[in-house]
Design a protein around this ligand. Sequence first.
Ligand SMILES: NC(=O)c1ccc[n+]([C@@H]2O[C@H](COP(=O)([O-])OP(=O)(O)OC[C@H]3O[C@@H](n4cnc5c(N)ncnc54)[C@H](OP(=O)(O)O)[C@@H]3O)[C@@H](O)[C@H]2O)c1
Length: 336
Amino acid sequence: MKTVQLGRTGEQVSQLALGCMIMGTVTPEDEAVTILDRYVEAGGNFLDTADCYCWWENRGSYGGESEELIGRWLARSGRRENVFLATKGTAVPRDLDKVWDADGRPDWEAAYRNFVGAGAKTLRDAIDGSLRRLGTDHVDLYYVHVDDRSTPLEETLEALAGIVQAGKARYIGWSNVRTWRLERIRQLCAQHGWPAPVALQQQHSYLRRRAGLRHASIVDDEQLDYLETHDDLTLVAYSPILKGIYDDPGKREGHWAMDPYQGPDAEARLAAVAEVAAEVGVTPNALVLAWLMHQTSPEIVALIGPRTLQQYEAALPALDVKLTEQQLARLDAAGA
Ligand SMILES: NC(=O)c1ccc[n+]([C@@H]2O[C@H](COP(=O)([O-])OP(=O)(O)OC[C@H]3O[C@@H](n4cnc5c(N)ncnc54)[C@H](OP(=O)(O)O)[C@@H]3O)[C@@H](O)[C@H]2O)c1
């Protein structure tokens, strides 16, 4: 499996990363373990989880099921040294009674208001909890899961520096963050000698966000431009196939994952994907993964989240796609 350097760390991570968000809740353990085994056997090394995965799948859960499953898998398989293990803190709700609506569905706005955030003690406790569930003494990458504007960045960064110093995380990353905040974070790190983020985890795919959208989590032009000129920060693209909407017009009809993209630009790009996918002989979902992995400035890690073994296997043909300059140019030019 092709690897890319994470930032300028010298660490090589698989360009197709495996997201474990729904493992242990939606995906049953035996199937999740088969996916993990197959991924590592195929040469993959970059695993992604978080301490909050997946409280919203089970009322009464605090999250942590995904980390626990990975912990059991690592203990059984002895594969800790074969994987570059990333987890995240800050986005566990403080009070789980306040994050469900009257119909028993997760209330995301309430959840956002309720996140434990990135205070120093919260982070120190959170990393210890993650390490306990994962059954390891360190993670390779520790992200601030959701940028927290109510805690002074100095406090968060100093705590993260302490976590790195203690050997509990080798590198840090940030997720769901605006570019100006990222710049401020990096300036503070440079000023104080704290470890700066080497990975930026944002939602990113082939479709482009619709004009006028306010969103801290989906990469925009400004952020792409920033990344092009700061290659010490690697873009880890989550939801790269937008929950699998590229293959199936029926699935994207009314799907919430389409909402940030809806419009003529998306229609034009969906048509281009379908056309090139047919030429190349892969599914549109796989073509989008291949397109992401063909990007060079910035280089992109595509972080998939298959629910089933079959979905995992459906992503693999993307690794063998070689897009021509002409096909890349057509895909880039498509739009309204
Ligand atoms: N930092 C963050 O805030 C954040 C947010 C989200 C995710 N993440 C990370 O990123 C990882 C990937 O994100 P994601 O799960 O949103 O990515 P994704 O790969 O775009 O979506 C995964 C979903 O797409 C559907 N799917 C997958 N393969 C398919 C196929 N071949 N055909 C049709 N549908 C398919 C499945 O949903 P169905 O149930 O519809 O089949 C699956 O659950 C997560 O595991 C997590 O580690 C991070």
